[in-house]
Design a protein around this ligand. Structure first.
Ligand code: AMP
Length: 441
């Protein structure tokens, strides 16, 4: 596999320089997109030229338009399949996404970019959790663009509702999420059904081994573009050390103090959502919850209300970290730390989007600090430990935390044993500090 990284010297700065056709340019003006985001500027010309692409980009980077605009242009230039009734249940542009919410969101964006094609390009979204019958009916006569979650797409293929033989563009959106959510088998089954000759665009926020393997088997001489959507210019990351058991009080204090228009709070388990919502409500803050146990209808309603600004505080599990595009979210708060370092990037990517300044806060108590260090290390970030005034962590804990905050010297030679002994001693001091401490939460 060869790849190339574009340099800023060759990067266009205007949409008109990308090679897009007037119906799309007109729409971008209406949407008040002032200029292409870095991934759009760097990738769109190559995608229009038919190249395969590896896009290292998170939601919020403008990646949807990066694949949607060239795809619409390609379909417009060829004859839209949906206008050729003899073609049956075929699709030409297939976009695979990990979640239902992302499927709907991507399809909505594509429909919005396509308004000046006056309905000539048919776009549909199919995903699980709702009846397949309505989707089968909608697929009759085929569709130009299909946005799908892998499981439901396989079901629809096995009922002959759709065929993949004429796919000429494949987009894998959030490939890392797709694989980490266990869609590996479904994905291989789908890839085996696709024609060999096609343009493939793969987007992923992170590149674990599985994704790298996929890029090697699937892509043909791809252009590779990496953008950091959550870089310091748009997203400020802060971490506060708190005493165990005081997180709710600190959270309520921060929400009241800052009066954020909207806040998305991440917890680690479904029942923690309700639990925290109750505790916040006792402190006069009303919050809604968003997690996988809620029905599809309820999830959509909560999301719409949050997007519309009717809900100010939303407490969610990581299901909300996957690609949700909530415009200009001012703050994301990690009440519980995410399990994996890549989930941290996904979560904080909900704020500071498309050039907006955002804030990502993490609340860590003594049990979190080692894990937070791992998150920092893997994501190559380093944050100063801060205190919330009036809720300062106990001195001892704080000392422990700031000690942990210092970069650990890599132990060498005989120093190794010493460092190990020191760590052991520190661990037993920590255990003593917390022995018998009861968690009021
Ligand atoms: P995405 O990363 O594709 O989920 O896009 C994130 C958000 O940025 C969406 O709300 C898009 O409508 C918006 N967006 C995409 N491209 C641009 C742009 N060039 N200028 C302003 N907003 C954009």
């Amino acid at each position: 596999m060869t790849s190339e990284l574009m340099t800023s010297a060759t990067t266009p700065t205007k949409f008109t320089e990308l090679g897009l056709i007037p119906p799309l340019l007109a729409r971008l003006t209406e949407l008040e997109y002032q200029q292409p985001t870095p991934i759009q500027a760097q990738a769109i010309p190559s995608v229009l030229a038919g190249r395969d692409l590896i896009g290292g980009a998170n939601t919020g980077s403008g990646k949807t338009a990066t694949f949607a605009l060239p795809l619409l242009q390609k379909i417009h230039k060829g004859k839209p399949l949906s206008s050729q009734s003899s073609k049956g249940n075929y699709v030409s542009g297939l976009i695979l996404v990990p979640t239902r919410e992302l499927a709907k969101q991507v399809a909505d964006s594509i429909k919005s970019y396509a308004v000046h094609f006056n309905g000539a390009i048919k776009t549909l979204a199919v995903f699980g959790g709702v009846s397949a019958n309505t989707q089968m009916l909608a697929l009759r006569g085929g569709t130009d663009i299909l946005v799908a979650t892998p499981g439901r797409l396989l079901d629809l293929i096995s009922s002959n509702a759709i065929k993949l033989d004429l796919v000429n563009t494949l987009v894998l959106d959030e490939a890392d999420r797709m694989l980490s959510l266990g869609f590996t088998e479904e994905l291989s089954a789908l890839l085996a059904l696709l024609p060999k000759k096609k343009q493939t665009l793969l987007f992923s926020a992170t590149f674990p081994e599985q994704v790298q393997a996929l890029t090697q088997t699937l892509l043909n001489d791809p252009v590779e573009i990496q953008v950091q959507s959550s870089d310091a210019s748009t997203l400020v990351q802060r971490v506060f050390t708190v005493n165990k058991g005081e997180k709710t009080a600190v959270l309520a204090h921060l929400i009241k103090q800052h009066q954020w228009r909207q806040a998305l709070i991440f917890v680690n388990a479904k029942n923690n959502c309700e639990h925290l919502a109750e505790k916040l409500s006792k402190r006069g803050i009303s919050a809604e919850v968003f997690h996988g146990d809620k029905g599809q209808g309820a999830r959509s309603r909560v999301l719409e209300a949050f997007k519309a600004g009717e809900i100010e505080v939303l407490i969610a599990t990581d299901i909300a970290a996957r690609g949700l595009d909530i415009e200009k979210l001012p703050v994301v708060i990690n009440f519980n730390l995410p399990r994996s370092p890549s989930d941290y990037m996904h979560r904080i990517g909900r704020s500071g989007r498309a050039g907006e300044v955002g804030l990502a806060l993490s609340l860590i108590d003594h049990e979190d600090y080692h894990h937070f260090k791992v998150i920092e290390k893997k994501n190559k970030i380093r944050l100063e430990r801060e205190q919330v005034e009036g809720f300062e962590a106990d001195k001892v804990i704080n000392d422990t935390l700031s000690a942990a905050a210092k970069p650990m010297a890599a132990p060498e030679g005989s120093g190794k044993k010493k460092a190990k002994k020191k760590r052991k001693k520190q661990a037993s001091v920590n255990a003593d500090i917390w022995a018998g401490y009861s968690d009021p939460e």
